[in-house]
Design a protein around this ligand. Sequence first.
Ligand code: SAH
Length: 276
Amino acid sequence: MLAPRSTVGSKGMSQVPSSQAVGTVYIVGSGPGALDLLTLRAARLIGEADAIVYDHLIAEGVLDLARPDAEKIYAGKQSSKHAVPQNELNRLLVRLARAGHNVVRLKGGDPFVFGRGGEEIETLVESGIPFEVVPGVTAAAGCAAYAGIPLTHREHAQAVAFATGHLKDGTINLDWPSLARPRLTVVFYMGVGGLAEICRQMIAHGLPPDHPAAVVQNGTTKRQRVLTADLATLPAKVEAAGIRSPALIIVGTVVRLQQKLSWFRPSSSHDFHREA
Ligand code: SAH
């Protein structure tokens, strides 16, 4: 499926200065979901790119910012389904740049937070391809803001940890004693499938069963859903509500603030939100 698409057609060549010129690869974070949480820099680069290689979880409508003649290549992965194997993808970026294209490698959130940005850049470095990295609002920051859960708070948490909750063979390989700590907020990415295991491990390593925990699904978008509970009850609540990926799990007493600080009403337009 990849072979014909990776041969970029002549329409994408319109702005290539000469056959020897090597393009630049921009590893760009598209933010957590809402289009207007994209950085100005990301928007400009997307608008100028000859080719855009994009993931599954990118901000809605972001590809509309691209030039109509830009090559758009889907490389996304949905959980265990990898659309394009990583090494093939790395080679694709090199090929596109060598063909003279300026490439935007568009990722959800921030490229350096569970985004494999580092792996892709290594191949670019080894191949002598110029690149830049454009940060994005990572899902933890976006979801926390839009759910009304501050990640740090002087009375609750002096530190925050981002962890992967990816379940492999029924387990999650994490340093649980360092995560099951008081006065720490832990944000689990990719953790919906492993939620029961996460809660079990956090309790087994010392947190009380009534330690607050929340799930934010489709954060920052009109489909955002927030559920708050505690480590003992969150898995059943999430299952009953039918929460699916993409969702983040936030563990910490900061979750208690949500009821008071929640402001985002996904059903209404939030740009000029004026609710009392
Ligand atoms: N690089 C991305 C993370 C990629 S891992 C970033 O910085 O945000 C993908 C995981 O991010 C998902 O499984 C989910 O846990 C989380 N995620 C991404 N977008 C999300 C959203 N809008 N709402 C909730 N979780 C989200």
